[in-house]
Ligand binder design. Sequence first.
Ligand SMILES: C[S@@+](CC[C@H](N)C(=O)[O-])C[C@H]1O[C@@H](n2cnc3c(N)ncnc32)[C@H](O)[C@@H]1O
Length: 221
Amino acid sequence: MSHTNWKQYFDKRAETHGAAVQSSDYFNEESFFMQRDNTLRWLGDCKDKTILDAGCGVGAFSEPLVKNNTVYGVDFSEKSLEFAAARGLKTMPGDLTALTFEDGKFDAVLCIGVIQLIEQYEAVIKELARVTKPGGTLLIQTLNKGSVQRKLLKLMEKSKKFDRMYTMDELKKVFNKYGFDHIEFLHMYHPFKFVTNGRSAGAFSNMLATSFAIKGRKNID
Ligand SMILES: C[S@@+](CC[C@H](N)C(=O)[O-])C[C@H]1O[C@@H](n2cnc3c(N)ncnc32)[C@H](O)[C@@H]1O
């Protein structure tokens, strides 16, 4: 799908589902909370930080961070942003390939469930890297290309809900290219509730994780 079509798609989802997680295409609430709670626990304690939720949708993912931090939310779906603002995010309509924030503004940047919709994903990661503070964290969550389950689903699915998937090694290379080290992965195995994590993508998680998150620390020099 093109940029414009994804924008229209998510505006329409937000019109239909309002603040609910279905606006952001989650399978159901259980699946959403499993992903959110595990990912935020893995991100670690955040207090008095300036955080960007890039492609925040209706803001449900970063909502728990709002209480103790300043959380900005950028998305091109203005309808979704109405609900994110009601959750306490400082919202700004915009495209992730061209952010208007100054370099190094954020202690942490989250980008959850977005890059599978974007063919020019490197342009997005470059922008997210630019606005991450030296020593700050970039965390991206997306679909695992190696997943046996996803390969089977792809064969059966009639309508495509995303444009691409990623291998963990592929994203690790891009993180390194844009100045991140201390790379770690969190592996998720939908519909199961358990997660695993580690510094590399092992054979088990490469084949069986349906989604993964990657986080890295931006180089200080
Ligand atoms: C699957 S939803 C995920 C929303 C949220 N991160 C969450 O996990 O609840 C993907 C979001 O990315 C936004 N998006 C996709 N491509 C974008 C782009 N190039 N610029 C800004 N927002 C984008 C969509 O509008 C949508 O709200």
